[in-house]
Design a protein around this ligand. Structure first.
Ligand SMILES: [Zn+2]
Length: 161
């Protein structure tokens, strides 16, 4: 699951950061502790410059990992906003529609996402309950999202679910 993967990446990058912090701290400690270093700021700069290249690479990699995780989590939060609680939904073509013609899951009312399957543009999936939905008209004919919206607009407005 996507959620689990994100959590794993987060844990890994946190562990990496902790290990690096431990190594750097050990290095500083071997030079007489942070207090001594703060007195001799020049020494601190020297130590930072003298760190071995692999360590710098690890630090850079961890920073990139953290940034990546942060961006992923932000993207995740932005794209999986639950629908408004009092959203009025219309059941049509095998899915729910809100008043802005956005697709909602028939089971949990979560926003539906476009399936990665390019061959079937009528296929959508719910990222909350993992259900797949395909938009079909009354005759079972597959519809794309825009075709369905066009047909929805033609429906009488007093139509209620
Ligand atoms: Zn759902």
């Amino acid at each position: 699951m996507k959620k689990l993967k994100l959590i794993l990446i987060w844990i890994l990058s946190t562990v990496c950061a902790a290990i690096i912090a431990y190594i750097v701290w050990g290095y500083i400690d071997s030079r007489g502790g942070l207090y001594n270093l703060l007195i001799h700021t020049q020494d601190l700069l020297l130590i930072l410059l003298n760190l071995t290249t692999p360590l710098w690479a690890t630090i850079a990699l961890t920073a990139i990992c953290c940034l990546y995780t942060y961006l992923k989590i932000r993207q995740y939060q932005n794209s999986y906003k639950p629908p408004a609680i009092q959203e009025e939904l219309l059941e049509e073509f095998g899915v729910y529609w809100n008043n802005q013609y956005k697709l909602r899951c028939l089971k949990c009312k979560w926003p539906l996402k476009c399936s990665s399957d390019k061959k079937d543009p009528s296929l959508f999936f719910c990222s909350n309950c993992n259900l797949k939905h395909s938009i079909r008209d009354k005759n079972g004919k597959h519809l794309t999202e825009s075709q369905a919206i066009e047909q929805l607009k033609k429906l009488p407005t007093n139509h209620s679910s």
